[in-house]
Write a protein that binds this ligand. Structure first.
Ligand code: HMG
Ligand code: MG
Length: 306
């Protein structure tokens, strides 16, 4: 299968990344991060989550983030929404795209959103209906596509079932999340092939966490399967509060470096994203988890030296 010539990157650092930071991140910092990422040319920046603040306190001020954000025309700023209450908050915040989420694993569903997989789909029915009525774009996540922190192995067919359900609800695209980063290239290809038996590949995006250092390899494997949309997080920020041991998303800079060297267009500027990664890492007092970001910046400073 031909690899795509162009890839759409969905930057999830301001949501998937920051939701897992232990230090409180101010609304001003969240807004600056989102605005800088959009200005770097990233076409979609997931900007917040309208979930229960008791469950994920880091996303509590998402309404203030959307209120303060200067939105660029043409950039999408999706928000994560778990239920009707979240949808109402998203509408009040003038969000135009929402992302809903379900799990391929039953135990993770219970831990993450306190309901079974079947209940989660039933709960999302009215959310999808209201989203459609208000003209919102709907994206759907399936979590634990390559393994579950509580159950271990997850059969690819379970991913396909949940993916079909989300498309049935009206999602324009499903993002398949390796929540705990246990997937490896051959298995990821099997997952994609299984899901693609029933769904066109244009409607499948991949969302890798880099826990075991497999993120970039899994992106490459997915490209070989014809996938052209990837979620990633600047500086590799993040993790998942309900997935013990999960580290951040695959770093946007690492994915962009791979794509650039493969001659695949993204429309975003790698050096600008690397600088944002350095800034947010310093602001949060954490190590920049992007290897490409660190290497590019080290080279820049060396070249600038007398
Ligand atoms: P629940 O406890 O069953 O909900 O949680 P409930 O309806 O019984 O309500 C409990 C309380 O939460 C009530 O408040 C509600 O008002 C409030 P109280 O009366 O106790 O004061 N509440 C809300 N508050 C704000 N916004 C809302 C909302 N809904 C209820 N939308 C619920 C169910 C889904 C709400 C909860 O489990 C939840 O918020 N979970 C979110 C978990 C989450 O955000 N996880 C991280 C995102 S998923 C992820 O990262 C994976 C992904 O990246 C892909 C991948 O990597 O695989 C997407
Ligand atoms: Mg995630």
């Amino acid at each position: 299968m031909d690899m795509p010539q162009e890839v759409r990157l969905v930057e999830v650092g301001p949501r998937d990344g920051l939701q897992n930071e232990s230090a409180a991140v101010s609304v001003a910092t969240r807004i600056e991060l989102i605005e800088r990422l959009a200005a770097a040319g990233l076409p979609a920046v997931e900007a917040g989550a309208f979930v229960s603040p008791k469950w994920v306190p880091q996303m509590a001020a998402s309404a203030a983030v959307y209120a303060g954000l200067t939105r660029r025309p043409g950039t999408a700023y999706p928000a994560l929404v778990p239920n009707l209450k979240g949808l109402e908050a998203a509408l009040a915040a003038k969000v135009t795209e929402i992302a809903v989420f379900v799990s391929a694993s039953e135990s993770f569903s219970l831990k993450n959103i306190a309901c079974t997989r079947a209940e989660s789909i039933a709960r999302l029915g009215p959310v999808a209906e209201q989203a459609r009525a208000h003209g919102l774009a709907l994206r759907g996540y399936v979590s634990c596509i390559a393994g579950c922190p509580y159950e271990g192995d997850v059969a690819p067919v379970e991913v396909a079932v949940m993916g079909r359900e989300l498309i049935g609800l009206g999602a324009y695209e499903i993002s398949l999340g390796d929540t705990i980063g246990v997937g490896t290239p051959r298995h990821i290809r099997t997952v994609i092939e299984t899901v693609a038996t029933d769904l066109p590949r244009e409607r499948i995006a991949m969302h890798f966490h880099d826990t075991y250092g497999q993120g970039v390899a899994n992106v490459f494997a997915s490209l070989q399967e014809g996938i052209a949309v990837f979620d990633s997080s600047v500086a590799g920020l993040g993790g998942c509060p309900y997935a013990p041991g999960a580290s951040g998303n695959v770093a946007t800079e690492d994915v962009m470096y791979l794509l650039k060297r493969l001659g695949i267009r993204t429309g975003a500027d790698l050096h600008t994203v690397a600088e944002i990664g350095d800034w947010i890492s310093a602001t949060l007092g954490r190590t920049n988890a992007s290897r490409a970001g660190r290497a590019l910046l080290a080279r820049k400073f060396k070249e600038a030296a007398p």
